[in-house]
Design a binder for this molecule. Sequence first.
Ligand SMILES: [Zn+2]
Length: 400
Amino acid sequence: MRTYKFRIYPSKKQEELLNKHLRLAKNLWNELLEHCKQTYEDFGYFPTKNTLQLMTKNYGFYAQAQQDIANRIHNSIMRVFKFRKKGIKCGFPRFKSFDRMKSLHYPQDYPHGGFLLDKKLKVTPFGEIAIKKHREIKGRIKTLTLKKESSGKWFAIFAVEIPKEIPRENKGEVVGIDLGLKNFATLSDGRIIQNPRHLKKWEERLSFIQRELSKKKKGCNNRKRAKLRVARLYEKIADTRRDFLHKLSIELVNNYSFIASEKLASQEMAEQHYGKQINDAGWNMFANMLAYKAEGAGCEVVFVNPENTSKMCSRCGSMTEKTLWDRTHNCQYCGLSIDRDLNAARNILTRATPGQGGSNACDSLLERDVAEATSMKQEAPNKQEHVTGPFSKEVYSQQP
Ligand SMILES: [Zn+2]
């Protein structure tokens, strides 16, 4: 599965109707959630999916979109238990205000479902909506999400099932990747990949206008305007970063047959160790993209334990203590003197290669659930104002 996101341009009338449906969806969400809580309080269990689906009958918007809300609430609740079992902190699904209900889901396409993509996007009951398809969709469309971004723009997000491709030939090289804060990544063959230009500037600007926003009084027009400004800039930053990560991961899987990267820490650890920056760099998103693009390109991606990869000498294996500010690896035993991140990238490659210096490869990818929660967090337009569990609707619309 992968997703395609296109801007759509509903007419005034269509937009009114879309907003009305969002409002109905919000009401339905809240009603069902209330029912779940009440049932649990009264009887000690949650209603079944079936019961919830029955409650959605004739709610006034598209039947499948109604049922989808029942399913999402049910899944969210199940997920709470799954997460808690794993010891991951998470909150119960929350009641939504109109501001928070931003998307309508169509779980099935034509002929059994309510939408059809042609020159325009035909959706029951909105009719034909103008759409800007900036690239061709490859594969079979499974679901549609109509989403209103905080900036007020509408988007259609398609989840598409892609047939398993026959692995393509690539150049057959192997590479280790060290992810960093100064540069986005350093490769074991010496190449340095920088963060996209402008991004840092925009991010600084974003934190500035976010601070400005927090000073504005609630409910006043100035604040609304500032909020919109934050949302727009956030969207621009997120788009730029996603685009950069797409291009980079495609290039890597096309050029290498074996890629070693570090297994990323869980969200919680990441925050303790690096503060906010780890999210901003989009590492989790990058790791996910690498993993799913590698499959179709005949490339193998291995994630290794990154412990001590910067301290260890990539030539002789002895340890040299470093602070975050030591940019060069100077080995006092064998005399190797190279860039700190290059040294780490070489260690990462060695660890992933069996039979060399003790394989330390972690066979699994990132824990999917953690990654999901993380990618959701990355999409939050404004941290202070978007405190929510991993169950917000974002999770459903942002899956890779
Ligand atoms: Zn050495």
